[in-house]
Design a binder for this molecule. Sequence first.
Ligand SMILES: Cc1cc2nc3c(=O)[nH]c(=O)nc-3n(C[C@H](O)[C@H](O)[C@H](O)COP(=O)(O)O)c2cc1C
Length: 432
Amino acid sequence: MTALRTMHLNLFLTHVGHHEAAWRHPDTDLSQIYKFDHYQRLTQLAEEAKFDSIFFADRLSISPQAVAHGAASGYEPLTLMSALAVVTHRIGLIGTVSTSFNDPFNLARRFSSIDRLSMGRVGWNIVTSGTDVEAQNFSYDSSPLHRERYERANEFVEVALKLWDSWSPDALILDQQNGVFADPNRVREIQHRGTYFAVRGPLNMPRSPQGRPLLVQAGSSEDGKEFAAKWAEAIFTAQQTFDDAKKFYSDIKTRVAQAGRDPARVKVLPGICPIIGTTKSEAKAKERRLHTLTTPEYSLSQLSNRIGFDLSPYPLDGPFPELPMDKVEGHRSRSELIADLAKRENLTIRDLLVRLAGGRGHKTITGTPKDIADEMERWFCDGAADGFNVMPQLMFGGLEEFIEHIIPELRRRGLFRTEYEGTTLREHYGLV
Ligand SMILES: Cc1cc2nc3c(=O)[nH]c(=O)nc-3n(C[C@H](O)[C@H](O)[C@H](O)COP(=O)(O)O)c2cc1C
């Protein structure tokens, strides 16, 4: 099959990999995980393979269980991205920053700075943060309510955009002979006064190469989808089945059109966590090997945190309980996905822990390169994805395997680029 369009690939980069027990795997070299070289090597590998972008997630707290089980990823995303910007040339760099615990002025400056350092390759994954423990690191007793977080996020983005636009593209004159550096009439105060923010502006630096970062979003609740429809240029999402992914894709594209935007200009990237083997049984054996390294108590605490509901009183070999979904104030869409998965497949809590260990609810595909490419092609060609958020279960070896075995298979099918066509992140995503 020849594709008219090609897929977008983002690498979701972490210190050890996306499997819960990745840090315990013998291939993982723990002496490297806090060294810059580790991130530089992975990012440069992804760039050689022509990935659109890499992405760093971020949480603003850490639990004692996560400390004990290697989940301390270490770097603040924008700091790391600044360093990566100067050792790479083409690949996009997307970082997570929360709208609940930052101010638009600081954020706008930081993204403009990295956009400049990288010559137009920066993206912002806009999150609202959903847990009380995060809020407690910022002088609150508990997390603001779900709806209120999204209201603040909307105003936050509005202000940031006004700041990025406060310097017109032609504001810099740079006329040494006549002594005109910039035209003050083309650099305007924004005078924003709203519910959450009062900001005078303008931004204290000239417009960056992209003008503003690529706006990325990853919340899939009702409020999250409305927010995405209004602002997002790329959307990361966790989807378990082709049917759910297709439903999500069509729902979000409809909402984008209803918001008066062109659906083709919003790219939807579901997560995939591949385990690759030369045969299916070899891939399955790799998966089982990883599972033997997990501990149910830790997996259970992670799951409880993720859904904002304490599962410890429930027997591991009993059914997953009914969740009071209307009371979930944390990460609502992921909680729904997990509850649906347990119900659809009649899973015990223990079964569920095994299912979630590889990708926390993202699609795990265990098989040969052909199996994995077939599934990606189906999602891409049949209306469920514009590309994928690639989440290797192991960072030591997993990316190399994907590049060696899956990318050539996608290229043979005409589904993935062989060269970058543009230089900016927005160009890679076909949005210029
Ligand atoms: C691929 C992916 C990455 C995410 N990364 C983060 C992150 O780094 N930090 C965070 O707080 N939430 C992250 N999330 C969660 C969402 O952005 C969102 O905040 C969460 O799902 C709550 O919103 P919702 O209730 O609208 O789903 C991520 C979600 C996905 C699918």
